[in-house]
Design a protein around this ligand. Structure first.
Ligand code: ZN
Length: 141
């Protein structure tokens, strides 16, 4: 299987079987993100402890496969990380979208690197970055 197919598989898997599409009671942060051009609508819930560690993550919502997979992949990546680490991952993701990611960035993004090709398609950029933009808004609160 070539890399493009592996990437497609990762996106399909996260879209069909999201790990973090869960209910969360009493989240520290809860924020909705909408991409009207595609109809993507997600709500992120994060539980952050006193040390600034993102202990629990969840999302609700609907939309295209790219937006849903990207959200699930992002949450998997930031669970257990500090807010600062999550922010630097977000910056790495945005560099990837712009085609400026270093090898180190790509490595740190793990499964999110599967979105590299999709993220370069003009019609898909907003779908791929929706969760990350919503996360950045939470982190800047
Ligand atoms: Zn979309």
């Amino acid at each position: 299987m070539d890399l493009k197919n592996i990437y497609r598989e990762i996106i399909n898997e996260h879209n069909l079987h999201p790990q973090y599409k869960l209910e969360m009671e009493h989240p520290t942060y809860c924020r909705q993100g909408v991409n009207p051009t595609c109809g993507d609508d997600i709500t992120l819930s994060l539980k952050v402890n006193e040390d600034g560690v993102i202990e629990k993550v969840a999302f609700a919502g609907s939309g295209c496969a790219v937006s849903q997979a990207s959200t699930d992949i992002m949450l998997e990546l930031i669970e257990g990380k500090t807010k600062e680490e999550a922010l630097s991952l977000s910056q790495a993701f945005m560099r990837m979208v712009r085609g400026e990611a270093s090898d180190e960035d790509m490595e740190s993004l793990e499964d999110a690197a599967a979105l590299a090709d999709v993220a370069h398609m003009p019609a898909r950029v907003k779908c791929a970055t929706l969760a990350w933009h919503t996360l950045e808004k939470i982190l800047s609160e």
